[in-house]
Design a protein around this ligand. Structure first.
Ligand code: TSX
Ligand code: MN
Length: 598
């Protein structure tokens, strides 16, 4: 251990954690292919990883049925005061939470190996990147971190003797008594799961879950919750946004960052291939954007991740062919179904459903079975570098200059296909009021309207009222170089219940209009809710869309918009004193504009 770890803070922390958690072994990861292979081989031997004959170097894992998703009710932002965490976060005082968790951590790695995982979020050495060290007793976490982050001994070198890092402590919370046989997916019961963030000291403590964002701490915990708090302190942005590059037929590049709540097809948009001739679209990231103001005053974005941790069900050659091609080899699948010929399957995959499969719980499944073969939150973990349309500049240390921000949600009615904010301040209002109707993928009733400001509700590591203010502050800093802001809704339905907009590749038509707005090539008309495309400006060439459908898609029903006011009022009132005056002013402007158009 002494040989590889020269960083004092890290050495001390490793020793403290080992003393507390009492693992059988400590292993420092180097991120190499050999290390990955050795870990996978062990997981295969114990029956935890299932090799897939159809996909080279790819494996299926099945989680415990109780450990299948992020646990938001067990997720805490532990700041000195409850006020600092704000109304959108669970809060326990740091002293109390640490005491509770220290008791849980005591001896929790008995019978297991403690892995020390040095990783970089963002290209190693980029001025925008951050170094994290995850300590985990889960080999599944190690192999996933290999794909999702840059795990490397170079990170330790970069740390040197006194460099700083974000400590991320993780345990599945299932110590083994001497001779006790391990389960295939060890984890703790729900009442012992804690996903805790201490933003005032850049610290993450996770206990009891081995799944996704609860356990792969570089992603939601570090790159969003902790990073958002750092970004506010340091004057940059950590956002729940995809990043893409559009290139027009003349070769001009536009960079777009877009925030959507879950079940809106964010990964699909990130890898979308345009249906309009001459336009090119490349993926830079599908989930998180870290953005800093560059020397030229523009906003530059990097994708801090190294892979895609995507929802498998619904992913197909028709919804996302580029994702499907990303998944051909070197992939970890979790909670997908296993076919008899040794491939994975999930609901919504292309072709016929298999006549027989093993479902995500390890049981026989046929099309007659009453349950789904794959879990609705089944995932793929795949290297971003394997995406056929990954942008050649996706690892550029300085990032790409953002021209356009998009917010959106899934709305059956009311919200038109696309509109532009009048200015940055109005754009902040659009982000702050973003809402989506719940689908079967959410818990609770289908079709309820849920506010998810900036798609950051589960991921903002501090008071969301202050987060809104941070957006205004960034606007002040960026001035005329701020990205233009748009709102989209791909999901509006006609009176007879059919989607009005074809979506997917045809969304490129909407993005094209945004680019032409940036260049001042097209106008827009002012409405109470924002700037709408003028008739004929949206490129609908080759699209079979009736004039009536288009009219319905772009229509603004002022009565329906007025009916939104009480819900926005209720939403905004939860932020109390922390609600920026400038946002209240935007809301008042919105109310007034609607009032004038009776
Ligand atoms: O991801 C989606 N996008 C963004 C794509 C770049 N989805 C899937 C959402 C679930 C995650 C969409 N679904 C989109 C969309 O733009 N639009 C729709 C709605 C829709 C569904 C099916 C059709 C059309 C629209 N089919 C036909 O028109 C044949
Ligand atoms: Mn996400």
């Amino acid at each position: 251990m002494k040989d590889t770890v020269k960083n004092e803070k890290l050495n001390k922390w490793i020793r403290e954690v080992a003393d507390l958690c009492t693992p059988d072994d400590v292993y420092i990861c180097n991120g190499s292919k050999d290390e990955y292979r050795l870990m996978i081989d062990k997981l295969i031997k114990s029956g935890i990883a299932i090799p897939l004959t159809k996909r080279p170097n790819s494996f299926l894992f099945r989680s415990d049925p109780s450990d299948v998703a992020r646990v938001e009710d067990n997720t805490y932002i532990s700041t000195s005061s409850r006020e600092e965490a704000g109304p959108t976060n669970n809060w326990i005082a740091p002293g109390d939470l640490k005491k509770t968790m220290m008791d849980l951590y005591k001896g929790c790695m008995r019978g297991r190996t403690m892995y020390v995982i040095p990783f970089s979020m963002g290209p190693i050495g980029s001025p925008i990147s951050k170094i994290g060290i995850e300590i985990s007793d889960s080999p599944y976490v190690v192999v996933n971190m290999h794909i999702m982050t840059r795990v490397s001994s170079r990170v330790l070198e970069l740390l040197g003797t006194d460099g700083d890092f974000i400590p991320c402590l993780h345990s599945v919370g299932a110590p083994l008594a001497p001779g006790q046989k391990d389960t295939k997916w060890p984890c703790a019961p729900i009442e012992k799961k804690y996903i805790s963030h201490f933003p005032e000291e850049n610290l993450i403590w996770s206990y009891g879950s081995g799944y996704g964002g609860n356990a792969l701490l570089g992603k939601k915990c570090l790159a969003l919750r902790i990073a958002s708090a750092m970004a506010r302190r340091e004057g940059w942005m950590a956002e729940h946004m995809l990043i893409l590059r559009l290139t027009n037929p003349e070769g001009k590049q536009y960079h777009i960052a877009a925030a959507f709540p879950s079940a809106c097809g964010k990964t699909n948009l990130a890898m979308m291939q345009p249906s309009i001739a001459g336009w090119k679209c490349e993926c830079i990231g599908d989930d998180i954007a870290w953005m800093k103001v560059g020397a030229d005053g523009r906003l530059y974005a990097i994708n801090p991740e190294n892979g895609f941790f995507g929802v498998a069900p619904g992913t197909s050659y028709s919804t996302n062919p580029m994702a499907m091609d990303t998944l051909k080899e070197n992939v970890i699948f979790t909670n997908c179904a296993l076919t008899d010929d040794g491939d994975v399957w999930w609901e919504g995959k292309d072709g016929d459903e298999p006549a027989h499969a093993i479902d995500w719980k390890g049981k026989d499944w046929t099309p007659e079975s009453p349950t789904d073969a794959a879990h609705a939150n089944a995932r793929f973990t795949a290297p971003a570098s394997q995406c056929p349309v990954i942008c050649k500049d996706w690892e550029k240390p300085e990032g790409v200059p953002i021209d356009i921000f998009i917010f959106g949600g899934r709305r059956t009615g009311v919200v038109p296909l696309v509109y532009e904010a009048f200015d940055w301040e109005h754009g902040v209002f659009l982000g702050a009021t973003a809402a989506s109707e719940t689908t079967a993928a959410n818990i609770g009733a289908v079709g309820n309207l849920r506010r998810d400001p900036f798609a950051m509700k589960p991921f903002c590591g501090y008071n969301m009222g202050d987060y809104f203010k941070h957006w205004f502050d960034m606007g002040d800093k960026l001035g005329s170089k701020a990205p233009r802001v748009f709102y989209v809704n791909w999901f509006r339905k006609s009176q007879d219940g059919k989607f009005l907009w074809p979506g997917f590749s045809d969304n490129s038509r909407v993005l094209k209009w945004m680019c032409e707005r940036v260049d001042g090539r097209v106008g827009a008309h002012k409405t109470p809710i924002g700037l709408l495309p003028n008739e004929g400006d949206l490129d609908l060439s080759g699209l079979h869309l009736s004039a009536d459908s288009m009219k319905e898609l772009m229509s603004i029903d002022l009565t329906a918009w007025k009916a939104e006011i009480p819900d926005i009022e209720k939403h905004f009132s939860t932020f109390g004193k922390r609600m920026p005056e400038r946002l209240k002013k935007q809301f008042q402007r919105f109310i007034d504009a609607l009032g004038k158009h009776v």
